[in-house]
Write a protein that binds this ligand. Structure first.
Ligand code: GLV
Ligand code: MG
Length: 356
């Protein structure tokens, strides 16, 4: 281990992060009882320029609802290059900062962007006497942001997570695609011809580099890595495939741009019982091995060693954190059910998908 040990950001469950446009009060109200781990209230790209003031007012009104105090809620402000941003920060924190946990910074390009925002947020928090510090989530969605990703990740003690914004990233890098996430048939290679002259087409994941790069920058700074949007909300299987490949690379969660994607994300980023049981068996076997003075041992015909302990601990601690958060969400949904007399689903399971 290096003598430098990254300090983990504030721990939060972040399997699903629901995007909710600030322009619609009804959506804001519904989001309060959604089963998403984090809800981000959007003032940026889901809100038309003429609607920005109205959306800001809606968000302030909604955030004053005590129930947000029990949820993790973020505010996506407008970009630092717009004249909306200062009001987003000042008005929302001054009037409703108490319930705000996070600020999402879109199109972050340099560490100085984070520094500038940190300065402004600190002044407003101090002026209104907020006791807590609001955390930062940064969307890596431009070539500039990707080029400066390590400095951005390290730019403030408020930083909690990096997010991959695939749509703007495609635009910024001039990638030849118009889809929001997902594979592109043109991103493929052909195998060499077999004896009969046949060649196979192998599709690749054109976003692999960006996500893997983001995970490294995030983890080296103790931050969460979160995969961004998948635009085709009628394609559950496509969403799950994207979420799974992000999870395999080290992401902890994925955006939901539609409520139907929340359950898919929660399910995908929750380790299965079989995975957790295996991790517990690894911990047990390694404890027995170290007690016997050994650094490595075989389990199910495979070698496990001290590095396996850390992997297994990550899995077991994630599953504990998830169980506790699910309990909290269920209690909240039950309270909402009693208050409205309506049925509220705390944990939505995607239809037809069973966990092993
Ligand atoms: C998200 O903001 C994206 O651009 O994908
Ligand atoms: Mg974007």
């Amino acid at each position: 281990m290096s003598f430098t040990i990254p300090k983990d950001a504030t721990a939060r469950l972040n399997r699903s992060e629901l995007a909710v446009p600030g322009s619609n009060l009804k959506f804001l109200d519904r989001a309060l009882q959604s089963p998403a781990d984090i809800v981000f209230l959007d003032l940026e790209d889901a809100v038309a320029p003429d609607d920005k003031d109205n959306a800001r007012k809606n968000i302030i009104q909604s955030l004053q609802d005590e129930r947000w105090g029990k949820r993790t809620v973020s505010l996506r402000i407008n970009g630092l290059d717009t004249h909306y941003m200062y009001r987003d920060v000042i008005d929302v924190i001054e009037q409703a900062g108490e319930h705000l946990d996070l600020i999402m910074i879109p199109k972050v390009g340099t560490a100085a962007d984070v520094y500038a925002l940190d300065m402004l947020v600190t002044q407003v928090e101090d002026a209104v006497g907020l006791k807590k510090r609001i955390g930062f989530e940064m969307i890596i969605e431009t070539a500039l942001g990707m080029a400066n990703i390590d400095e951005i990740a390290a730019a403030s003690p408020r930083n909690e997570s990096l997010h991959f914004g695939v749509a703007d990233y495609a635009a910024s890098t001039k990638a030849r695609t118009t889809a929001i996430g997902g594979p592109n048939p043109a991103y493929h290679v052909l195998t060499d011809a077999d004896e009969a002259g046949n060649r196979d087409i192998h599709w690749g994941d054109m976003w692999h580099y960006a996500i893997a790069r983001m995970v490294v920058a995030a983890r080296a700074n103790g931050l969460r890595a979160i995969d961004g949007p998948f635009g085709d909300f009628s394609d559950d299987a496509g969403y799950v495939a994207q979420a799974n490949r992000a999870a395999v690379l080290g992401c902890e969660g994925k955006w939901a741009i539609h409520p139907s994607q929340i359950g898919l994300a929660n399910e995908t980023f929750t380790p299965s019982k079989a995975e957790v049981d295996k991790a517990k068996r690894i911990l047990k076997a390694m404890k027995e091995a170290t007690d016997a003075g050994m650094g490595a041992v075989a389990l199910d015909g495979r070698l496990i060693d001290i590095a396996s302990i850390k992997q297994a601990e990550v899995m077991v601690s994630a599953s504990r954190q998830i169980a506790a958060a699910d309990k909290r969400l269920k209690a909240l949904a039950d309270a909402g059910k009693k208050a409205t007399g309506k049925k509220v689903t705390a944990k939505k399971k995607p239809a037809g998908k069973k966990k092993k």
